[in-house]
Write a protein of this length. Structure first.
Length: 322
């Protein structure tokens, strides 16, 4: 057996005794020195002694190694639960968006998505916001620089709201329509605690025969109650958006203050007509809300800019939340 093969203290001692013990092999050599001719004794004696101390060092080192691995084995507690690798978690805006989508799905809405890069025509003109219309100032726009636009082709932009999907959806679908459109929107805007240049909206569109403002109110109040609780106070106030008539904003009373949750209104008859539908027969309503705003209410976030700063200390607070 070699020293390296000694797997425990007993084997190690056996090895040590075999070489260095009183009757060990090296001890025999050392004893034999005195029987050698006088001129050879110093050389053999010195060599054997060097070998002896080298072997003693090797035994000590091997013993230390055996001790270290025994300690190591003791430090492994096989009953400890495994370490969970960090999995990350859903972003608070994703959580809120999914919650909103679920709520509308439960109410019978379809969910569709549209393009982030949009044509000026859909984002503005066909929503009754032509170039030069003062209402364009409501949406500071990030334009997409491209040759097509500069050469007189259609101009493109990052959608400033999800409303263009009203037009796109009407192009492809016949009533009855009951759909929501979640999506990211972009605005050329300075940021502060309540404004971000990138935001998430949920657009809603409902078109059918004989729909009135009462349907709008009933639907949106039902939604708000599902979202914020049965005894939430709501209020509708007149507002102006070029693509609805009449237009309104819906506020909820939150910790004593009125907070605007969404814009809404009856789809403008010109938009219904442009879609090839008879506005005397088909009516409907639309609404649009900011998802970050709802997330701020749900989680008590006071500054909208936290959402896209990517600070893990902020994001980790939403681990395991719904
Ligand atoms: N698109 C509007 C905005 O970004 C929100 C909005 C208001 C959407 C009224 C609607 C609506 O569908 O009817 O400010």
């Amino acid at each position: 057996m070699s020293l390296a093969e000694a797997g425990d203290e007993t084997a190690l001692d056996e090895w040590r005794v075999a070489w260095l013990g009183r009757r060990g092999r090296l001890t025999a050599v050392l004893r034999g020195v005195r029987d050698l001719p006088a001129e050879e004794r110093p050389r053999v004696g010195a060599g054997a002694n060097r070998l002896k101390s080298a072997l003693e060092d090797a035994v000590a080192a091997h013993r230390a190694q055996l001790h270290a691995s025994a300690e190591h084995a003791k430090s492994i507690d096989v009953s400890l639960p495994g370490r969970t690798p960090p999995l990350g978690s859903l972003h608070p805006v994703t959580l809120t968006r999914r919650h909103l989508e679920r709520t509308f799905r439960d109410m019978g809405f379809d969910v569709v998505e549209g393009p982030d890069v949009e044509l000026e025509e859909y984002n503005f003109d066909r929503l009754r916001i032509p170039a030069g219309h003062p209402a364009r100032d409501m949406w500071d726009t990030i334009w997409v620089a491209d040759d097509a636009g500069d050469n007189g082709g259609p101009r493109q932009l990052l959608r400033t709201h999800t409303s263009p999907m009203q037009i796109r959806y009407l192009e492809r679908r016949q009533p009855p329509i009951r759909v929501i459109v979640p999506g990211t929107c972009y605005r050329y805007e300075a940021t502060d605690a309540t404004h971000e240049w990138m935001l998430t909206q949920i657009e809603g569109l409902v078109i059918d025969e004989n729909l009135s403002f009462a349907h709008l109110k009933g639907t949106l109040e039902a939604f708000v109650r599902r979202m914020f609780g049965a005894d939430i106070e709501t209020r509708f106030r007149c507002d102006y958006f070029p693509f609805v008539e009449p237009g309104a904003e819906l506020g909820v009373r939150w910790q004593g203050d009125w907070l605007e949750v969404l814009g809404c209104g009856m789809v403008h008859p010109e938009i219904i007509e442009d879609a090839g539908l008879d506005p005397d027969r088909y009516t409907g309503f639309a609404f649009g809300m900011g998802v970050e705003r709802v997330a701020m209410l749900r989680y008590g976030v006071r500054d909208i800019r936290h959402f896209y700063r990517n600070d893990v200390r902020f994001l980790r607070q939403f681990e395991g939340r719904r």
